[in-house]
Design a protein around this ligand. Structure first.
Ligand SMILES: NC(=O)c1ccc[n+]([C@@H]2O[C@H](COP(=O)([O-])OP(=O)(O)OC[C@H]3O[C@@H](n4cnc5c(N)ncnc54)[C@H](O)[C@@H]3O)[C@@H](O)[C@H]2O)c1
Length: 251
């Protein structure tokens, strides 16, 4: 499969658990990276550079239009083009687990600001450059939760369902400019490797029992599909949501 060498890829949420793993993978592919997060992802940036990949860090809040426009501007001024955008930043780790009638209204809004408005703003920010190039790949990181209808996280689940709708709508509008927009939807990936706290352990046991492939999912399990969606082998694939879930749910 063709690799991603020299592709200029913007990765939001680069300082997070899955973001770090994707950055490491993309560096090994020799992509040129724009690593975006609320705080400079210092460790990820060091790791990527040690792997010989060119990378810059951009501190940005994806829910803020001035930040996302600046993110795109810095990508173009550093590398001259934008081949890929991975909308990975999310209001996820700090999402409270509550029944739907107990979710705080401000928390609901923040979740949608980051997960939905953020993905839209980042796509909007890179659109002019991708359109000028007549090419580009946007990969929205979704989730299996809207397909399963997971309880206790209605704000997060609804926001990830909106990401699927956004993916389809953007694919319709961006296709004529040679831009593909797809969603990559992981299942539950525990944050701390082997040492799971009570909440993570319980969630992991539950999802393991749903899978055809009954093992814990790692962030590295999504990198093959990521390569496909960012690279030329998926040039005729758009508007799709690919579930990487060990067969937990068929779609
Ligand atoms: N871990 C899982 O089980 C799982 C499963 C399915 C989907 N996902 C999705 O994968 C993606 C990554 O999740 P993760 O598990 O690595 O979470 P994480 O919390 O480790 O990483 C999220 C990153 O996004 C950053 N971020 C948050 N708000 C931001 C903002 N406004 N602007 C810029 N950056 C912001 C955070 O600082 C953090 O570094 C998310 O989209 C999440 O919804 C995760």
């Amino acid at each position: 499969m063709p690799g991603l060498q020299d592709k200029v890829v913007i990765l939001t949420g680069a300082g997070g658990s899955i973001g770090g793993a994707m950055a490491e993978f993309l560096a090994a592919e020799k992509a040129r990276l724009v690593l975006v997060d609320l705080h400079e992802p210092v460790e990820v940036l060091d790791c990527v550079r040690q792997n010989g990949s060119e990378a810059i860090a951009v501190v940005a809040d994806v829910s803020d239009p001035a930040s996302t426009d600046e993110m795109a501007r810095q990508a173009v001024s550093s590398f001259g083009r934008i081949d890929g955008l991975i909308n990975n930043a999310a209001y996820y780790r700090s999402a409270s687990q509550s029944r739907f009638d107990e979710i705080d209204v401000e928390e609901w809004d923040r979740c949608f600001q980051v997960n939905v408005r953020g993905a839209w703003l980042c796509a909007r920010a890179v659109f002019a450059q991708m359109r000028a190039q007549s090419s580009g790949k946007i990969v929205n990181i979704g989730s299996n939760t809207p397909y399963k209808g997971v309880g206790g996280l209605a704000h997060y689940v609804a926001s990830k369902a909106a990401v699927i709708g956004l993916t389809r709508a953007l694919a319709r509008e961006a296709g004529e400019f040679g831009i593909c927009v797809n969603a990559l939807c992981p299942d539950f990936i525990p944050h701390d490797g082997g040492d799971l706290d009570e909440r993570q352990g319980e969630m992991n046991r539950r999802v393991l029992s749903q899978r055809c492939l009954p093992r814990t999912q790692q962030a590295q399990d999504i990198t093959g599909v990521l390569r496909l969606l960012l690279g030329p082998d998926s040039d005729f694939v758009t508007g799709q949501s690919i579930l990487v879930n060990g067969g937990a749910y068929f779609h």
